[in-house]
Design a protein around this ligand. Structure first.
Ligand code: PLP
Length: 331
């Protein structure tokens, strides 16, 4: 047992589980190195900042519904003076033509794989490569918002390293599909990751005792990552049962990953109340957050299949969705 006259500075203590996690994920992604960040929000701001500073350009292109715009209060502009150039249609995936049409110098292009707000939609492998070639030809860095890369891999059916290898920098989440406590990793070449470490320090993101986070993510890599194809199959089966029932629809149809959206022919508030009643009566929570629609008679929600959803059979989910819509329509 060590005795201390003065406790060492916390960040001088080795964090072996975190070092192991960083090394393991860098290996999985086939990239030189990976660095822990307390959040994907911080990790991606840092990646974009580095690409922008190197190129002397402040603009990055990304889908109009990028997570950085919709859910992160546009920290990239408030903190780093960067600008988002939306590429393509709000309700469709970005295309190579959308990127080629951008007539200003870009620091980077960011791809969210899969595109969460489009129900986890992904471009085909060839389309993705074509888009990346367009970005590179324009001198832009290519960055992946891989919050759900673990899920996206089930669609491409290629090794994670082959997908990640298309990019300069890749962010992955530790707490979504891997069900870790929190946190993110930013991976890339050694020089970029070292520079990211400087920014992490500047932003106060160098948590010294993050080992519980690392242990929970390592567990996710061992136990959940191998099951992603099974989660995808279950998502496809649930979606098929809903489509066959006919009262609601799914998007994409069929799902490409364990994630998809269910679209309901009823307004958001009515479905909110019906969902609360169903939860009270059946003890089953069907949705986290309902998405409104420009058509007030419709709404939708995201389903992300993991261990919990495996407990529900496709027929059971389809019946619950029908009951949800019936209640919302009659309430
Ligand atoms: C696609 C996507 N990108 C980035 C993030 C940000 O991650 P964090 O919550 O770790 O900041 C999320 C979180 O939900 C996300 O879904």
């Amino acid at each position: 047992m060590t005795r201390w006259l003065e406790r060492p500075e916390a960040d001088a203590l080795p964090d072996e589980p975190m070092a192991e996690l960083e090394k393991r994920v860098a290996g999985l992604l086939g990239l030189d190195a990976a660095l822990f960040f307390p959040s994907g929000t911080m990790a991606q701001q840092v990646a974009l900042r580095i690409h922008a500073d190197r190129r002397g350009r402040r603009t990055f292109a990304a889908h109009p519904q990028t997570h950085l715009d919709t859910w992160e209060e546009r920290g990239y502009t408030a903190v780093h003076d960067l600008r988002h150039r939306p590429a393509g249609d709000r309700n469709e995936l970005m295309t190579a033509a959308d990127l080629a049409a951008i007539d200003e110098p870009l620091a980077a292009v960011l791809w969210e794989l899969p595109q969460r707000d489009l129900g986890g939609l992904l471009p085909s492998w060839d389309e993705l490569r074509e888009q990346i070639a367009v970005a590179r030809a324009a001198g832009a860095a290519v960055h992946m918002d891989g919050a759900r890369l673990w899920e996206a891999q089930t669609f491409y059916r290629r090794p994670l390293a082959e997908i990640a290898g298309l990019f300069d920098t890749v962010y992955v989440s530790l707490y979504k599909g891997l069900a870790g406590l929190r946190g993110a990793l930013l991976a890339g070449d050694r020089v970029t990751v070292a520079e990211a470490g400087v920014w992490r320090k500047r932003l106060g993101g160098g948590l010294s005792e993050a080992w519980p986070v690392a242990i929970s993510a390592l567990d996710g890599l061992d136990t959940l990552l191998p099951r992603m194809p099974e989660f995808r199959e279950h998502a496809i089966a649930i979606a098929a049962a809903i489509t066959a029932d006919g009262v609601a629809s799914v998007s994409p149809d069929p799902p490409q990953t364990p994630i998809f959206h269910i679209h309901l022919p009823a307004g958001r508030r009515a479905v909110e109340q019906a969902g609360a009643a169903l939860l009270a009566e059946h003890g089953t929570q069907l949705f986290g957050r309902l998405r409104s629609s420009p058509d007030p008679r419709r709404c939708s929600f995201e389903v992300s299949v993991g261990l919990n959803a495996l407990e529900l059979s496709p027929a059971e989910v389809a019946a619950l969705i029908r009951e949800l819509v019936d209640r919302a329509s009659s309430g």
